[in-house]
Design a protein around this ligand. Structure first.
Ligand code: FES
Ligand SMILES: [Fe+2]
Length: 347
C-alpha cells in the first residue's frame, strides 16, 4: 500500500539556523512533531525535546527554564536536558515512564540539523555540507518563510528554474532561462540530483546587475545540487559574456559566484519551513549590496510562496484526481520525486 505520509522519516532535517537557538525556549514543529529547542548553558549544545509534557500535554516551550532543566508551566514536572523527568509535584516517586523524547542534533554550516525518526541517527558525516554559509570568504544573507504548501511543491519549484522567467521576471528571470535546455543527472544511491543550465550569452537580470555592477551581456551558469530530502544548493556563476569558464587549472577570478541555498523542512504534511540563503564571494563588506540581496531575494522567495500556497489550496479543493503533464524542464523535479518516493518506502 502507498504510504499515507509524504514525509520521509529517519532523516536529518534542518530545524533552525544556529543563531536562532539560544537561552530562550524556541518552539518549532518539524515533520509534524512539536519540538522545543534551547542551548545548554555549559556545553553550548542544542537541546531538542518533545514539546509536550507527559502529564497533561502542556507545551514545554511555554514553561520555564531553570539551568538546563525545564519546569512545566502547568503542574511543575521537571525535565532534564535528556528529557528525563526529575521531579513531580506531591510525591517523591517519579514514574519510570515520565520522560519526553530527546532528539539528536548537529550544528554545521550555520544550520541546526535534527534527526527525525525512530531509528538510530545516521552518522553526522553523511549530512550534506554547505561551507560557504559559515565562511568568512563569503557574505551571506538568510531568512525563513512559512510556506502553507507541502514539501513536494517547493521541491518541484526549486528543481525547475525555467519558472524564473515568468514568476520572477524583473528580479532573476530573463528569457534565456526558460529557453536554455537543462542537463539532469540522478545519483540515486548517493541521494543527489544535479541539474545544470549554462547560458553563454544572456541578459543580466537586475538581481545580478545591481549586486555585481555588470552592465552588458553575461554568461550565467546555474548548477543545482539537491541532497534529498532537505538541502538544495544552486551554484551560480556570473561573468561578462566571453569570459572563459574555469578549466584545466584556469582560474575563475573574473566571475562572480553566488551560492543560493534552501533547506526544505516539512512542518506538517501540507506546510514547510522555507529556509533560504544567498552567499556571495564579492563586495563582501558592501552593506548596500547585502541589504539589496536580502530584500530582493526575500521578494523572490515570497513570489514563490504566494504561488505555492495557491497550489496547495487547489490541491485541497480539487483532490488527487488531477492529471499533470510533464515536459523536458521537469526532468530534475521528476528525478527528485523518485528519490523522495524511495526514501518514503525505506522509512
Ligand atoms: S501538564 Fe505538565 S505538569 Fe501537568
Ligand atoms: Fe522561484
Amino acid at each position: 500500500m502507498a504510504p499515507t505520509t509524504q514525509i520521509p522519516k529517519n532523516q536529518w532535517y534542518v530545524a533552525a539556523y544556529s543563531a536562532e537557538v539560544g537561552e530562550d525556549l524556541l518552539a518549532r514543529t518539524i515533520c509534524g512533531e512539536p519540538i522545543v529547542f534551547y542551548r545548554a548553558s555549559e556545553t553550548g549544545q542544542v537541546i531538542a525535546l518533545a514539546d509536550r509534557c507527559v502529564h497533561r500535554r502542556y507545551p514545554l516551550s511555554k514553561s520555564s527554564r531553570v539551568g538546563d532543566t525545564i519546569i512545566c508551566g502547568y503542574h511543575g514536572f521537571t525535565y532534564d536536558s535528556g528529557g528525563t523527568c526529575l521531579a513531580v509535584p506531591g510525591q517523591a516517586r517519579v514514574p519510570r515512564t515520565a520522560r519526553v523524547k530527546a532528539y539528536a542534533t548537529h550544528e554545521q554550516d550555520s544550520f541546526v540539523w535534527i534527526w527525525i525518526g525512530d531509528a538510530d541517527p545516521a552518522p553526522v558525516s553523511g549530512i550534506p555540507r554547505a561551507p560557504w554559509f559559515a565562511s568568512s570568504d563569503y557574505t551571506t544573507v538568510r531568512g525563513r518563510e512559512p510556506l502553507k504548501a507541502r514539501h513536494s511543491l517547493l521541491l518541484d519549484n526549486l528543481m525547475d528554474l525555467s519558472h524564473e522567467t515568468y514568476l520572477h521576471g524583473g528580479y532573476i528571470g530573463t528569457p534565456e532561462v526558460a529557453q536554455t535546455p537543462i542537463t539532469t543527472q540522478a545519483d540515486e544511491e548517493g541521494g543527489v540530483i544535479r541539474v545544470s543550465r549554462h547560458m553563454d550569452d544572456a541578459e543580466c537580470p537586475p538581481f545580478y546587475a545591481k549586486s555585481t555592477g555588470l552592465t552588458g551581456r553575461i554568461t550565467r551558469w546555474q548548477d543545482i545540487e539537491y541532497f534529498a530530502p532537505c538541502l538544495y544548493q544552486l551554484h551560480s556563476r556570473i561573468a561578462p559574456a566571453g569570459v572563459l569558464p574555469p578549466a584545466d587549472g584556469r582560474p575563475d577570478d573574473q566571475a562572480f559566484h553566488v551560492e543560493v541555498g534552501y533547506a526544505l523542512t516539512p512542518e506538517t504534511e501540507t506546510s514547510t519551513h522555507d529556509f533560504w540563503l544567498v552567499a556571495r564571494d564579492f563586495a563582501l563588506d558592501d552593506q548596500w549590496v547585502t541589504d539589496f540581496l536580502r530584500e530582493n531575494n526575500r521578494e523572490v522567495v515570497m513570489q514563490d510562496v504566494v504561488a505555492l500556497d495557491l497550489l496547495e489550496e487547489l490541491i485541497a479543493a480539487d483532490g488527487d484526481a488531477y492529471q499533470e503533464l510533464s515536459i523536458s524542464i521537469d526532468a530534475g523535479g521528476l528525478a527528485a520525486r523518485r528519490l523522495i518516493k524511495k526514501l518514503l518506502e525505506a522509512s
